[in-house]
Design a protein around this ligand. Structure first.
Ligand code: ATP
Ligand code: MG
Ligand code: FE
Length: 336
């Protein structure tokens, strides 16, 4: 089974060819980061327009690199939510047009299901059931993966997503967009115990997260320094903030590991490429005898290979989308 997958939910225009769900034949990503950096974040209207310009090129490149033509493709997979509606629509319209013209089945894919499925690419032995922590730009979900395409959300953020907190704090301390990778780098030079930022736990919801208080604490700290006419140490702020986020993510995840007697745990989403989080998660899992998985950085942030993997398992489950498939900006995980 060969899947041609398309992803355009945010600021990456991406296409990939995936064989039998686990083998990536090509993975082409056209990132708009440089464009949005000018504005300090993703501008939805610009993202949609850029997707339209790039999408055909990216798909042709994905087919070429895989050494196949449309005729060889079994089905077309496409992200239809969640994400920016205008951005999603470009991929969905493109996928429908190709599927219709080439007479191929169409499989709509949930973007977060894709992030989780990214783990299957490099870990051939990983199969459900397992637990996953999805930490991305828009989501922080603690998920029980019961089977391929079957999920229970055990915990979620009440306010900011982890990646969003990284991006906002990075902007506040002058690191620019996208903030996650920059904080990761700068934090290596800083002291994670320099500043005591808060670790929020949500009352009566041990698996939920809240990062807006932490973000405010960082802003208050740097404003306080400015008022006193003092310089703050960028690396210490980055390291201390990163440690606060990581501590909470690991604590809640390990609480679930113990409560649900988890034996396999997979990290997913853009923040899964954070070096401090990977290290802390790995140690916490090893202490408890839990097998720990995470994707390579290229499969952590948005890409179409992960969408191809998720589409493959949806295809096997019998999922088929009609010509009325639409973009669903707030699509919930496990819903269609
Ligand atoms: P969603 O998947 O929730 O719709 P998204 O697609 O915009 O959101 P991803 O592409 O999964 O998000 O991830 C992007 C996020 O990951 C950004 O917030 C970015 O700052 C963060 N990120 C990327 N690399 C790192 C890193 N090394 N450390 C921390 N955060 C990182
Ligand atoms: Mg992105
Ligand atoms: Fe994403």
């Amino acid at each position: 089974v060969l899947i041609l997958a398309i992803e355009s939910s945010c600021d990456e225009t991406a296409a990939a060819v995936v064989k039998n769900g686990r083998e990536v034949c090509s993975n082409v990503i056209s990132s708009q980061i440089a464009l949005h950096t000018l504005y300090g974040g993703v501008v939805p209207e610009i993202a949609s327009r850029k997707h339209i310009e790039k999408i055909n090129q990216v798909i042709c490149a994905a087919l070429d690199e895989a050494g196949v033509t449309l005729a060889d493709i079994t089905a077309i997979g496409v992200t239809y939510g969640p994400g920016l509606v205008g951005a999603l629509l470009v991929g969905v319209a493109e996928a429908k047009a190709i599927a219709y013209a080439a007479k191929k089945p169409l499989v709509g894919v949930h973007h977060i299901e894709g992030h989780i499925a990214a783990n299957f690419i490099e870990h051939k032995e990983l199969e459900p059931p397992f637990f996953s922590l999805v930490v991305s730009g828009g989501h922080t979900h603690l998920v029980r993966v019961k089977d391929y395409g079957k999920f229970d959300i055990i915990g979620r953020t009440r306010d900011d997503a982890a990646g969003e907190a990284f991006d906002k704090v990075a902007r506040a301390i002058g690191l620019g967009y996208p903030g996650g990778p920059k904080i990761d780098k700068v934090a290596k030079e800083g002291n994670p115990d320099a500043i005591a930022f808060p670790r929020a736990h949500v009352e009566d919801a041990p698996y939920d997260f809240s990062f807006s208080g932490l973000k405010s604490a960082v802003l208050n700290y740097i404003n306080g320094c400015r008022m006193k006419g003092e310089e703050y140490c960028q690396a210490d702020v980055a390291a201390s903030f990163q440690k606060a986020v990581t501590d909470v993510l690991v604590a809640n995840a390990m609480h679930a590991v113990e409560e649900y007697q988890v034996d396999k745990f997979a990290l997913a989403g853009g923040v899964a490429s954070n070096s401090a989080l990977r290290k802390a998660m790995k140690e916490a899992c090893e202490e408890r005898g839990v097998k720990f998985y995470y994707p390579s950085p290229v499969y952590c942030t948005d890409n179409a290979a992960m969408i191809g993997v998720a589409a493959y398992y949806e295809y096997l489950n019998g999922t088929r989308s009609g010509w009325d498939l639409n973009a669903v900006p707030n699509l919930k995980l496990g819903e269609r």
